[in-house]
Design a protein around this ligand. Structure first.
Ligand SMILES: *Cc1c(COP(=O)(O)O)cnc(C)c1O
Length: 384
């Protein structure tokens, strides 16, 4: 059996007529840059995220960058974030000459541990950038408490978490900004790069719109130095055509996650409640924990001993998996200057060594999920 990590062709087949029509409309109009398709998409995504405004941008990375630019964050400034994330989070901070100040993660959710933030606040701290890893929101009440106390901006990296929810608030609607990515492997993926910033702040939305078009307003009159961070009309049309399906895809991902939970529970494997994994007795596996109201399962991530061997064994049997992420930010070559040796963020380092994402895409079948769990059981019982 073949079980890819993600099957975008299956998704495309199920919505081909809608998406093709949306693309054809843009092509017929030859209106490729901003315009009505982008505005339509912004309105729909803002509403979906429970926000008043949305600004389409060229990627999730540029969404993060543009928010930091609007906050005038640069050399000498510090932004608090997590070492256990996709590179873009810390990368956006560093690109502006600011310093990413890292705090370790909560091993239950893999999101930054809010209890560690306040100790890292200095006179130079300007913002906090929490990441909602794998599709589950971070514990935002204490994050907002620290942000309000010290007057810091909160830029939510919700690239993996569109539609995630906790205590009645959607991802992206809590801080000053919510950054979304339409990278094809995200739950709402475009046909290329794309991203969006959602916000409830009219003034910040206005600044973002100006910044994404070289800071020009009116045209050829530049208030600030921006960039070309625009969302393509073609990508906006694809995203708008897919958005009506997002809730059903999320429900399918959640069903797949529950299915895995059940299959693992009855597999005979020893399920540990949390890390660290026991190194004695039968091999233990930790399943994802849902501690918020709506986890959208961009990834279903387990923790296992001998992770790389399991990954290779599954690959041999036709099961695609991925490690998100093998090297935490403080151990990246480009961030050596931050001066955090191995051991500085033990929770992030342990997660980087032990986590493995299994296929959880909406079209995954019951038989495929069973096969993935059976192959995992086989690895831990026979070693192959
Ligand atoms: C995907 C992702 C990004 C970047 O989004 P792009 O659209 O690929 O630029 C940023 N942060 C996180 C956590 C992501 O998963």
């Amino acid at each position: 059996m073949n079980v890819p990590l993600l099957d975008l062709k299956a998704q495309y087949q199920s919505i081909k007529a809608d998406v093709d029509a949306a693309v054809a409309e843009v092509v017929a109009s030859q209106h490729f840059i901003l315009g009505p398709k982008v505005e339509q998409c912004e309105k729909a995504v803002a509403a979906y995220c429970g926000c008043s405004y949305a600004v389409g941008v060229s990627s999730g990375t540029d969404a993060l960058l543009a928010c930091l630019m609007v906050e005038n964050i640069g050399p000498g400034d510090e932004v608090i974030t997590t070492p256990y994330t996709f590179f873009a989070t810390a990368g956006a901070i560093a690109r502006l000459g600011a310093t990413p100040v890292l705090v370790d993660i909560d091993p239950t959710t893999y999101n930054l541990d809010p209890g560690r933030i306040e100790a890292k606040v200095t006179k130079r701290t300007r913002a906090i950038m929490p990441v909602y890893l794998y599709g589950q929101m971070a514990d935002m009440e204490p994050v907002m408490w620290v942000a309000d106390k010290y007057g810091l901006a909160v830029i939510e990296d919700a690239a993996q978490a569109i539609g995630a929810e906790h205590k009645g608030r959607r991802a992206g609607s809590i801080g000053q900004y919510g950054c979304l990515s339409f990278f094809p492997s995200k739950n709402l993926g475009a046909f290329g790069d794309g991203g969006m910033i959602v916000t409830n702040d009219a003034e910040r939305a206005e600044k973002l719109m100006c910044l994404r078009a070289h800071g020009s307003k009116p045209k050829y009159h530049h208030k600030v130095v921006g960039g070309n961070f625009r969302l393509d009309a073609l990508q906006a049309a694809v995203v708008s055509a897919k958005l009506p399906y997002l809730d059903s895809w999320t429900a399918a991902r959640q069903r797949n996650a529950e299915r895995y939970d059940g299959l693992f529970a009855s597999s005979g494997l020893s399920i540990a409640d949390s890390a660290p994994l026991s190194t004695t007795g039968s091999p233990q596996i930790v399943l994802p924990k849902v501690v918020t109201d709506r986890h959208i399962f961009n990834q279903y991530v387990i923790r296992v001993p001998r992770r790389d061997q399991l990954k290779a064994a599954l690959q041999k049997k036709g099961v695609g998996t991925e490690v998100y992420y093998p090297v935490p930010m403080h151990l990246q070559e480009c961030f050596a200057y931050l001066g955090h040796p191995a051991g500085s963020f033990p929770e992030s380092e342990a997660a980087a060594n032990e986590t493995l994402a299994l296929p959880v895409y909406p079209e995954l079948t019951d038989a495929q999920a069973r096969y993935v769990v059976e192959c995992t059981r086989e690895f831990f019982t026979t070693g192959a």
